[in-house]
Design a protein around this ligand. Sequence first.
Ligand code: UDP
Length: 371
Amino acid sequence: MYDYLIVGAGLYGAVFAHEAKKAGKSVLVIDKRPNIAGNVYTEKVEGINVHKYGAHIFHTNNKKVWNYITQFAEFNRFTNSPVANYHGELYSLPFNMYTFNKMWGVVTPEEAADKIEEQRKAAGITEPKNLEEQAISLVGTDIYEKLIKGYTEKQWGRPCTELPSFIIKRLPVRLTFDNNYFNALYQGIPVGGYTKMVANLLDGIEVRLNEDYLEKKAEYDAMAEKVIYTGAIDAYFDYKLGTLEYRSVRFENETLDKPNFQGNAAVNYTDVETPWTRIIEHKWFEFGKDEEGNDLPKTVISREYSSEWKPGDEPYYPVNDEKNGQLYAQYKELAEKEPKVIFGGRLGEYKYYDMDAVIASALDMCEKQLA
Ligand code: UDP
């Protein structure tokens, strides 16, 4: 009998497992995949740490989280600054003076602010009610049309008028020449990859891979006093109230026999015609070098295609709109009635969490559980 069975070896599960073990609890971690680290999993290809389930750039303002996670990995100085490609026109992201200069030829912050204000006024938006209105009121119609609309509709598979405005508020808008995508005090990529970082969290803990909890639920439940479940909450309840919507992503990975494909880790294709949303060139997360500091001769790229999740696919992004919010609230009520199960993480809480928020939430749960 274990004190805790942890379902899912991603960040939430690994942090909880580490803390539980440290508190003297017996812990078993299981995961249905053949590998640990959930969606932050990285795998070495041609000396490059490839982010197999999508690019992850660690960033946080939370000092407690930063001090915590840096015990398990050293972080490099990578700063995310994606480039937007709109029909071959390149723009700097997030929206900053370089973007405004290229879009309108404006030179000063005042001119940029005036241009945005002019477009916002012309659109007649006072209180933004959805992502489209929010975006136009933040950056005006030109940027909305060229850099937001196509990308967002491809990523979410829904019109911007039907998406919640908070999604676009993730992106900074700056009247400075600062193209750091995040407003975070701390940022970087773990040296040696995320898998190594999660392996360090799970050091000395029993982990069983290729184990599908939901297929043998009763058997597993009998093995532990408590269960930390980090899978999809609707799957846990066998979708009995209906399926929550997720966006899934398909990756087309390619190894190219050249040192440099696009000169940047991320290029977003913001027009609606290009079928992929972005291309990640993984080596630039580590400045094109291997761990000894040598230049890598080849490169690995991943084209990302966004799709609606259907059973059997990997869920990536919860669709946090009103309809799904209501359904999630019903599942949450059921979850609270499960006596020995705690639901956590992006899928367990159906929340568009960044990595730092997942860690913070796992540490909070540890405080509640392990005190
Ligand atoms: N977004 C956009 N154009 C871009 C990049 C992002 O319109 O070139 C919008 C889009 O709506 C997206 C949201 O900003 O869903 C959040 O993007 P972020 O990069 O934070 O998404 P993630 O990295 O989590 O996939």
